[in-house]
Design a binder for this molecule. Structure first.
Ligand code: S3P
Length: 181
């Protein structure tokens, strides 16, 4: 008998850059045999361009418009674990989609801890300077909390430990249901 799970609703991981959204969603997907998708990777494939190039060509506004499009697209699919870009909560219409369509998990991290985790900041146009990142992280904190159905503090924890914690929350909330095979 293997542990298989079914997702009843989409799960959106939100949180600041470096929170571990992509790694945790991937890990959880593997341990529960459900599908995951990373919003930025999906967007890059759809547009045939890297996030960095989109920022350079169309600015943050251009990127945000694409991000809203992609969020709507992913929210309409069969339930998935979706790791969102850190800025997804900055647009009101995105917050409405997150709240309406799925279960939102906030992976909480400080800008300082995030800086230690991000190996290559060159791919993140909005994490170029630690002081600016601290300010941005501070500003976004209340937005992450506003949309979150659950918050997991990631400070000092490993990806497997965080994934386990999220799994427990999702099972308890009835979002992730065990299938016996
Ligand atoms: C952004 C976060 C990035 C990416 C883009 C903008 C942000 O995603 O969407 O660079 O505004 O916080 P990650 O949170 O996956 O790094």
């Amino acid at each position: 008998m293997s542990d298989r799970y079914e997702l009843k609703r989409p799960v959106f991981f939100v949180g600041f850059m470096g929170a571990g959204k992509t790694s945790v969603a991937r890990r959880l997907a593997r341990q529960c045999h459900v599908a995951s998708v990373d919003m930025d990777t999906y967007l890059e494939r759809r547009e045939g361009k890297k996030v960095k190039a989109i920022f350079a060509e169309s600015g943050e506004e251009g990127f945000r418009a694409l991000e809203t499009d992609v969020l709507g697209e992913l929210a309409a699919k069969e339930p998935l674990l979706v790791s969102c870009g850190g800025g997804v909560v900055t647009r009101e219409e995105n917050r409405a989609i997150l709240e309406r369509a799925g279960f939102v998990v906030h992976l909480k991290v400080s800008a300082d801890e995030a800086a230690g985790r991000i190996s290559d900041t060159s791919t993140r146009p909005l994490f170029q300077n630690l002081d600016a990142a601290r300010e941005r992280c501070e500003e976004r904190g209340p937005l992450y909390e506003r949309v979150a159905d659950a918050t997991v503090d990631t400070a000092g924890k490993s990806v497997p430990a965080i994934a386990r914690e999220v799994q427990n929350v999702l099972v308890k909330e009835g979002v992730l249901c065990q299938q016996r095979k």
